[in-house]
Design a protein around this ligand. Structure first.
Ligand code: 13P
Ligand code: SF4
Length: 312
């Protein structure tokens, strides 16, 4: 088994070089996937990398909206996603046709979209944001500007709370982050009183309210880098543990169990669909490939570029 994995990794490395492929992976993917990636990051860093990377092919180890964002920013490159069905419940909660109707009904609002959206939704968006830059982007918009925020009601209400804005919120959510309960976190905190609580803002407001820090996966990791932090209650998807324990083998990290079911931690099914096996097949066959209609791509590009400009 160990040998088979080693062989897989070697074949992947060989094909990467031969075909000038760069593998971009999100922190929520399986540990062995993160280990073969050329770059691992949060949504913002991955889109910045996709825009600048020197390669003929980008293989995206993540979910569909991330691979689409890479293709929008690098149309001249081929973008491969090992599992076409790797979606995102949050992106699925906003349908482009409904957004078009909502825009028509609210012509005085601008649309700010979380990057976890389909390319068709981005094409109807004025400016994108990620959890790394959402507060800065909304704060940079003129006071009094009416905003429709899609699709995450939890991130949206966190932004409203921090900025004092009153954005109209789309009623979407991440089914993974909605599984974290305040009760489970309180019970962990009682067991580990010295631990800091680090929360992704896709969680419910009562969970975010318990945070010592709320932010993106990269922000959470940066908080763990602080020398005074020794114990952490991790309130986001379990895949992040790989980077946390690699950086800090001596620190203690506690994952939250879900209320329902027998799972020991909370994981994103779609992120875990990416494996070494399907990465190798994708490199060999050079498919599945992301394709986007050019008019949709161009319409989506403006909203992402505006975000990247503001995040420099
Ligand atoms: P980050 O941008 O924080 O990495 O989040 C992406 C995501 O899908 C969180 O569920
Ligand atoms: Fe989408 Fe949630 Fe998975 Fe992130 S954790 S990719 S928001 S379903």
């Amino acid at each position: 088994m160990v040998c088979a994995k080693k062989e897989l990794r070697e074949k992947i490395e060989r094909l990467k070089k031969e075909k000038r492929v760069v593998i971009l992976a999100h922190y929520y993917t399986n540990a062995e996937v993160q280990e073969v990636a050329d770059f691992v990051g949060d949504s913002l860093a991955l889109s910045q990398k996709a825009a600048s990377v020197d390669a003929d092919i980008i293989l995206f180890a993540g979910v569909r909206f991330m691979a689409e964002t890479a293709k929008v920013l690098s149309p001249e490159k081929r973008v491969l996603l090992p599992v076409v069905e790797a979606g995102c419940s949050l992106a699925d909660s906003c349908d482009a046709e409904r957004l078009r109707l909502m825009r028509e009904a609210n012509p005085d609002h601008i649309v700010v979209s979380y990057v976890n959206t389909s390319v068709e939704v981005k094409a109807l968006t004025d400016i994108c944001c990620t959890s790394s830059n959402a507060l800065d982007i909304v704060r940079a918009l003129p006071e009094g500007q009416k905003i429709l925020f899609v699709p995450d009601r939890n991130l949206g209400s966190y932004i409203n709370k921090c900025t004092g804005r009153n954005m109209k919120l789309w009623d979407g959510a991440c089914l993974v982050h909605e599984r974290f309960s305040a009760e489970k976190i309180a019970s962990l905190k009682a067991q580990h009183p010295k631990a800091v609580v680090l929360v992704h803002p896709e969680c419910r407001p009562e969970v975010v309210a318990m945070a010592d820090y709320a932010g993106s996966t990269a922000g959470i990791l940066a908080y763990c880098d602080r020398p005074e932090v020794e114990e952490v209650i991790v309130v986001t998807e379990s895949g992040i543990l790989h980077e946390m324990t690699t950086r800090h083998p001596g620190k203690k990290f506690y994952l939250v169990e879900p209320d329902e079911g027998t799972d020991k931690c909370i994981s994103c099914y779609d992120m875990k669909l990416i494996t070494l096996e399907n990465i190798l097949t994708t490199l060999e066959e050079e498919r599945p490939e992301i394709t986007i209609q050019e008019d949709v791509r161009q319409a989506a590009e403006g909203s992402i570029r505006r975000m990247l400009e503001m995040s420099k």
